[in-house]
Structures are given as structure tokens and as C-alpha cells.
Design a protein around this ligand. Structure first.
Ligand SMILES: Nc1ncnc2c1ncn2[C@@H]1O[C@H](COP(=O)(O)OP(=O)(O)OP(=O)(O)O)[C@@H](O)[C@H]1O
Ligand SMILES: [Mg+2]
Length: 531
């Protein structure tokens, strides 16, 4: 008898007995066991993630409040593999009663329910930093925040993992004589500080490229450095949009029906979704065989399934795209020039496109030569650098599918040599492959848009490179002619009896006239484009 089959003697357990172990799991307990899902799977990466969650929030808050960001990050080694991590911003601050909830509750935030491009979207980032700190060192997190008025509010807190609630260990409000405004967070967490490709330093360097309007000071264990702001203007604030019917499934549709204040199903469609006019609503409801005047509360499950089916048969207008805030070709060029000092930059911002009803936009930059020592590929989502899971990201796969050799580049999937590629996806909802927000899912339209953008930028680079190569060929020919000018002049003197010096002068004039100009301006189109 096989092992897995119960023997006669073994007592069969009843469903009642098994039910004693069945209970709800708090989200904090879940992530306590599964912190790798949030990216906390090694000590070096942990430091980077904590900094990233803090800085992303500071940038989001500053951008929303229309404040030019001044952000300081400090990492101090307390003992072996134990660090104090401080992130301080000059943002709008956080009102007193929200501080414990934001830092002491997982899945608490302002961005999940709205459809607007921002760095954060889940309501998990900063509280998970608090959770990781207390799990690895047992230490509480300290927060100080002020809205710039009379008081600075200070909290020391941990998370009650069973209840997913803050545990406040200390709370006080102090006078704010200098009207300081902003937020300062201090974590004590286990980690390893390194300065390699996937480190805090690289995250800050790439963040400075994609956010040239922000100023960063980094006080690291190996010294202090500053990434200065390159532009004095914040990007335009992206507009909030409503969901698009193409992306809506039965579950979400049902929930929205229960929450709407619309009186009729027709009104519900036109007010709660983007780009649905009365004519389109009538067409959908006719196909679904539903009375347009019926109240949203009275729609049956069958009605809902029929509407969702009918939506697929009706041609809908694309969602609006003013909800997107791409970097733009100028900012990409500036950012890459500022941090990499290359000889040439090509940048391309594609027109917006749509995946599953969500608008998104792809833009790329290619920097070449100058001080670039080795090839690098940088990915960004809503201006946030993605430093991990490069291989499983749709943006990488797409870049690797470009035939780089066609554009005169040495390549092995991705180009080699002194070249940096960057790609930015911006969207109201970036389709990450997991909660750690490290890789983008492979929607075919995203892969296609990325490839087209890289091909376009590669064409610009290849024009530049062919200019340089042509100039190099001509300069070489000019050098050869000049080398042989002496012998040629002597030979011609013997043949013709003309003065050798005069002949030499004539050859030099011909060479200069023929190739001099071309050699002086190798590229013919200047060092950068996109300006
Ligand atoms: N430095 C800050 N200044 C002002 N508000 C902040 C700051 N940090 C966090 N917040 C507020 O706290 C909320 C929760 O932050 P948290 O990082 O946990 O989630 P999120 O940014 O919304 O999403 P994600 O999990 O994707 O990061 C934010 O939505 C924002 O409203
Ligand atoms: Mg966040």
C-alpha cells in the first residue's frame, strides 16, 4: 500500500478538528514571514530598499506639494552589520494624527486608491522599513515631522505584527522656532554597506539623473557627497484619472457599483469611467440587454457579467494621457550629461500608449563616450531606478531584442563599450511583477513601445558614430597623403624640373582643400541632440 493512503488504524481527522487551525492572517504577519516579497532578501539590498522607500516618499510628497526637494540621506555604522539610516526632507510634513498610522500600519497610504502617476502606489513601503528594522535589530523607528507651523511632532514606534497596528513607545510635540518643515525618519536596521552597482550610492546617482530638479546630500560611511539639482523647475503635476472600462474586470466593477452615487447604470458608466459618453453607454447597455435607467444597486451578477462582455465588443476612446508626466527628451539629455559627461546623448520620448486600460509612456536615452568607462543599463519606473531583477524585467528583454549591431555597435544582447542605456516607463499603475517593485511585467505593448524607442535612439547614435568613423577614415587618408608629399614632390621635380618646395606647397593646398574641413568637424551635428 502506498505511504500516502491512510491505514485502517490511522484516525481520520474531522473538518471540525482541522478548523481549529483556521484563522485570519494579519498583513504584517504575512510580510514578517515573506519579507523577500518586498525585496528584503539580503543585507546589502536591505539598506538600499530602506533608503529608496524613504526617498521615493520624500520626492512624491515634495512634487505633490510643489516644493523643490532638498533631501539628505545619512548612513552610519553602529556596529558590525548594524546601521542607523536617516532620511530627511523639506517636504510638506505629515499631520500629527497620521504619523503613527503611516509608519505603524502596513497597507496604509494616500496613493493606492487614486489613479495618478507617483513613485509609491501600494501603501507598504515605509511601514515595511519599520517592520524590517524591528525584525532584525529589535529597535523602534524615530519620526519627526512638521508642517512648518508651531510644533514638531516626534514619535518612536514599532508595529504590533498580530494586529497590524502601531505601538507608540514615545510621543512628544516640541516648539518649532525656526519654522522647520519636512519629515525626518531614523531607522536602525541590519545591513551591509557596499558601493557597487546595486547599492544606495547607485540608487541615489540614478535618482539624481531621473529627478534633476532635486538636490541630494549623502553622508555615507565613506564620506559626504552631493548630487546637485540641475534644473530649478518641478515637473508638471500629473492629473488624476478615472479607470478605463477596458481594464475593468467583474470584481472591481461590482465594488464600484456598490460605492457609486450615480442613480442609473447609464449615469454610473458615464461618471465613474474615463471617456464614456452617453452614446457609448447606451451602446454598451443595449448590447448587454440592460435597461439604462436601472439603479446601480439593482443590477444583478448576470447584468454585470453581460456589461463586462459587451465592453469588449464596443470601440472605446483611449484614456486621456495628461495623467502622465514623462521626463521629456530635454530632461533625459540633461540628466545623463550632468551625471555621466558623455560625448553624445540621444533621447526619445514615445507618445502615450495603453495596456489593459491604463495609459503609459516609454522614453529612453543613450549616452555614449566621454567619461563613460563601461556599459550600463538603467531602468526607471515613474522616475524610480530599478536596480534588481534586471533579467526578468520586460524593459530589459525588450532592449535585448534590438539588433544593436545594425546600428554599428558592439553588442552581446545589450550593447558593449562606453555606452549607457536608460529606459523610463511612466504610468498611473506600473505593472510590477511583485510587491518589491523591481521588474516590469511583459505586456506585449510595453515590450513593443520600448523596442521602438530604443531603435529610434539607436538610429540617432549610429548617425553620430558614422560621422565620427567617416572623419577618422578621412583623417587617416590625409595623414598618408601628407607623409608621401615629400617623396612625390621630389619625384615630380625630377620629372618636370619644377621647384620641389613649390610642388610640396601645391600638394598641401590640394589636401587641405579636399579633406581639411571634414576632419575639423567630425560629427557634423554637435555633441548632443535632444536640446
Ligand atoms: N516624507 C513624507 N512626507 C509626506 N508624506 C509622506 C512621507 N512619507 C510617507 N508619506 C505618506 O505616507 C503614505 C504611506 O507611505 P508608503 O511608502 O508606506 O506607501 P506609498 O508611498 O503610498 O506606496 P508604496 O508602498 O508603493 O511606497 C504615503 O502614501 C504618503 O501619503
Ligand atoms: Mg512609498
Amino acid at each position: 500500500m502506498p505511504d500516502e493512503v491512510a491505514t485502517q488504524e490511522e484516525k481520520i481527522k474531522s473538518a471540525e478538528e482541522l478548523s481549529q487551525h483556521q484563522k485570519a492572517i494579519s498583513i504584517s504577519e504575512f510580510f514578517e514571514k515573506n519579507r523577500h516579497l518586498l525585496g528584503y532578501d539580503n543585507k546589502t539590498k536591505a539598506l538600499m530598499i530602506i533608503v529608496k522607500e524613504g526617498v521615493d516618499n520624500s520626492l512624491d510628497a515634495c512634487e505633490e506639494a510643489r516644493i523643490l526637494p532638498d533631501i539628505t540621506v545619512k548612513i552610519e555604522e553602529l556596529e558590525k552589520e548594524k546601521y542607523k539610516i536617516i532620511i530627511k526632507d523639506n517636504g510638506p510634513g505629515i499631520v500629527k494624527k497620521q504619523i503613527p498610522k503611516i509608519f505603524g500600519t502596513l497597507l496604509y497610504g494616500s496613493k493606492f486608491h487614486r489613479l495618478r502617476q507617483s513613485r509609491g502606489q501600494q501603501g507598504l513601503g515605509i511601514s515595511c522599513g519599520v517592520l524590517y528594522s524591528q525584525l532584525t535589530t529589535g529597535e523602534a523607528t524615530e519620526i519627526a515631522s512638521s508642517t512648518g507651523k508651531e510644533e514638531i511632532h516626534k514619535y518612536t514606534l514599532k508595529i504590533d505584527v498580530k494586529k497590524n497596528e502601531p505601538v507608540i513607545l514615545n510621543e512628544k510635540s516640541e516648539a518649532n522656532p525656526h519654522k522647520w518643515r519636512g519629515t525626518r525618519i531614523s531607522f536602525v536596521a541590519e545591513g551591509i554597506y557596499r558601493e557597487h552597482k546595486q547599492s544606495v550610492l547607485e540608487y541615489l546617482k540614478e535618482t539624481a539623473i531621473s529627478n534633476p530638479f532635486a538636490n541630494f546630500i549623502f553622508e555615507s560611511p565613506s564620506g559626504k557627497l552631493e548630487f546637485r539639482r540641475g534644473v530649478e523647475k518641478l515637473p508638471i503635476i500629473p492629473k488624476e484619472i478615472k479607470p478605463h472600462l477596458y481594464g475593468v474586470e467583474v470584481g472591481l466593477f461590482t465594488r464600484m457599483l456598490n460605492e457609486t452615487s450615480a442613480r442609473s447604470i447609464s449615469g454610473f458608466l458615464t461618471t465613474e469611467f474615463s471617456r464614456i459618453g452617453a452614446t457609448t453607454a447606451t451602446e454598451i447597455l443595449k448590447k448587454a440587454q440592460i435597461d439604462p435607467k436601472i439603479s446601480p444597486r439593482r443590477t444583478t451578477d448576470e447584468n454585470i457579467v453581460n456589461i463586462v462582455k459587451a465592453v469588449k465588443e464596443v470601440k472605446l476612446s483611449k484614456p486621456p494621457t495628461d495623467c502622465l508626466s514623462p521626463l521629456g527628451e530635454k530632461a533625459i539629455t540633461k540628466g545623463l550629461q550632468k551625471e555621466l559627461s558623455p560625448d553624445f546623448v540621444a533621447s526619445v520620448t514615445r507618445s502615450p500608449a495603453v495596456y489593459r486600460g491604463w495609459p503609459f509612456q516609454i522614453e529612453v536615452g543613450i549616452a555614449f563616450g566621454g567619461t563613460i568607462a563601461e556599459a550600463n543599463f538603467m531602468r526607471f519606473a515613474n522616475r524610480v531606478p530599478l536596480l534588481y531583477q534586471q533579467g526578468s524585467c520586460a524593459l530589459t528583454r525588450s532592449a535585448a531584442s534590438v539588433d544593436w549591431k545594425r546600428y554599428g555597435l558592439d553588442a552581446d544582447k545589450l550593447p558593449k563599450g562606453p555606452i549607457v542605456l536608460m529606459v523610463h516607463i511612466c504610468s498611473v499603475w506600473v505593472p510590477f511583477t511583485s510587491e518589491s517593485k523591481e521588474a516590469v511585467a511583459s505586456y506585449p505593448i510595453i515590450v513593443k513601445e520600448t523596442k521602438l524607442a530604443f531603435q529610434d535612439a539607436a538610429r540617432k547614435l549610429s548617425l553620430y558614430l558614422s560621422g565620427i568613423r567617416r572623419a577618422e577614415r578621412i583623417a587617416e587618408r590625409k595623414r598618408i597623403f601628407e607623409r608621401y608629399a615629400i617623396e612625390t614632390a621630389r619625384a615630380l621635380q625630377e620629372l618636370t624640373g619644377e621647384d620641389e618646395k613649390k610642388i610640396k606647397g601645391m600638394i598641401a593646398t590640394v589636401v587641405e582643400k579636399r579633406w581639411g574641413e571634414v576632419v575639423d568637424s567630425p560629427s557634423g551635428n554637435g555633441p548632443t541632440d535632444g536640446d
